[in-house]
Ligand binder design. Structure first.
Ligand code: NDP
Length: 444
């Protein structure tokens, strides 16, 4: 029996009403995977592999109460979507943002299944977080919130069960408070969270991993064409963890990075950022709008995205659906030849169709931003053995795994005319590993 794409998307939509991001993510994936199943694995239809895959194994929703600095009681909602434990313990980040809801977390957890499978490390998939807004909170408020969040989450996680990490709004400070509370509640020092500080179980290169891994992937795209990143003009969105280290590595590889951005607008420096300018940006935190006060070559384009700036390579590293069809058309018209996603699902469906139809290189987040979870996996290995690997050792392993993800994408994504559809390659390459494991493990 064949699976009909339209029928399946109808089924997903009916089952997950009011979850647009989740439906978007499943639909994008199904477009590549359903024709592949029909052609090569028709028995997956009877096994209901897709229907089983889109249903989270478990969703935990909980109340978080905490006191702000004025002694007011605050209430937030916490989540953990334990999506799939087929190829390893649940693994995926925590996001603190008022934009967090079940649809967003389910889409992130769904993408995580294939991203984690592509790494070749034994990792299942999860995502979690809260609608808590960390902006303008004091350090003490952040600590009390994290402790209250962990007071519930600790029952559901463990180094062999579910290993959270950071994501938007959750950096090393938050990981520290979450880990400290877990340790107190369990009386156990274990590798239950990744992204820890280096002195207390963290791995070298973990903060840098997503941004660096993204650039290693882009380097491979250019190597395929016998080219390098030298003198390529790069626009980057975001000014957080992923964007910052993407910029750092791009500069190291000889590219000219001309933008970063945040929710207020875009920092544009046509002369390009360098390591000194990046240090200044790090000191400003996410307040990059103040950067032009220090460097006259730069300007801050209030309320604008970076996608009208001419570039060779665009690296969206902020948030989902930040590149619309109009942005994509602008990028292509201005000569952009490569879009690689540091963020998760930053291109709308209409946008990535523009890139693929224009025949430019399009590297989806589930492959290109896997570096973060790769080094999280390496942190887990180091925690399990009590060893700590050097910078170079971790960086070499990261490079090697990004290369193997790249090869999987080309294996399943190279089309008849030679165009490499990295999206299709990532979807099918990740899917097949999980689907075969599901078949082997029976109906559970
Ligand atoms: P951070 O919280 O460190 O930074 C997020 C950045 O994006 C901030 O500069 C923020 O600006 C900006 N941003 C957020 N929303 C918007 C918006 N609507 N419009 C414009 N800018 C916005 O997050 P990360 O760098 O960790 O994560 C960024 C993306 O990368 C997310 O999609 C995340 O899921 C993905 N990712 C992260 C990984 C990691 O290891 N951290 C791993 C893989 C993927 P402002 O401060 O003004 O809100």
């Amino acid at each position: 029996m064949t699976i009909h794409l339209k029928d399946f998307i109808h089924y997903v939509t009916e089952l997950n009403q009011n979850q647009p991001e989740f439906i978007q993510s499943v639909s994008n994936f199904s477009e590549d995977v359903i024709p592949f199943i029909n052609e090569q694995y028709p028995n997956f239809e009877k096994l209901k592999i897709l229907e089983r895959l889109i249903e989270p194994e478990r969703i935990i929703i909980f109340k978080i109460t905490w006191m702000d600095d004025l002694n007011n009681i605050q209430i937030n909602r916490g989540y953990r979507v334990q999506m799939s434990s087929i190829i390893g313990p649940y693994k995926g980040g925590l996001r603190f943002s008022p934009t967090v809801n079940l649809s967003v977390l389910k889409f992130l957890a769904f993408e995580q299944i294939f991203k984690n499978a592509l790494t070749g490390i034994s990792l299942g998939a999860a995502k979690g977080g809260s609608d808590f807004n960390p902006k303008n909170k004091t350090d003490n408020e952040i600590m009390r919130f994290c402790q209250s969040f962990m007071n519930e989450l600790y029952r559901h996680i463990g180094s062999q069960t579910d290993i959270p990490a950071g994501d938007m709004g959750v950096g090393q400070r938050e990981i520290g408070y979450l880990f400290g509370q877990y340790k107190k509640l369990r009386n156990q020092f274990s590798g239950v969270i990744t992204g820890k500080g280096k002195a207390w179980g963290g791995s070298n290169i973990r903060p840098e991993a997503t941004g660096y891994g993204l650039l290693y992937f882009v380097e491979l795209i250019y190597k395929e064409q016998n080219s390098t990143l030298k003198n390529k003009i790069i626009t980057i969105s975001g000014a957080g963890n992923v964007a910052y280290y993407a910029a750092e590595k791009a500069i190291q590889l000889g590219a000219k990075v001309v933008s970063l951005s945040n929710s207020k607008g875009t920092l544009y420096d046509p002369e390009g950022l360098d390591s000194n300018k990046l240090k200044r940006i790090a000191a400003l935190g996410k307040d990059i709008d103040e950067f032009p006060l220090h460097y006259s070559s730069a300007q801050f384009l209030t309320k604008q995205k970076p996608w009208s700036i001419p570039c060779d390579i665009a690296l969206p590293c902020a948030t989902e659906n930040e590149i619309t069809e109009k942005d994509a058309l602008n990028l292509v018209a201005n000569g952009c030849k490569c879009v690689a996603e540091g963020a998760n699902m930053p291109s709308t469906r209409e946008a990535f169709k523009v890139f693929i139809n224009a025949g430019i290189n399009y590297a989806p987040g589930k492959a290109a931003n896997a570096g973060g979870v790769v080094v999280s996996g390496l942190e887990m290995s180091q925690n399990a053995t009590g060893l700590r690997w050097t910078n170079d050792n971790v960086d070499d392993k990261l490079k090697g795994i990004m290369e193997s993800i790249y090869k999987t994408c080309t294996k399943y994504g190279t089309e008849k005319g030679g165009y490499i559809n990295y999206l299709k390659g990532a979807n099918i390459g990740g899917f097949i590993k999980v689907a075969q494991a599901m078949q082997a493990q029976g109906i559970v």
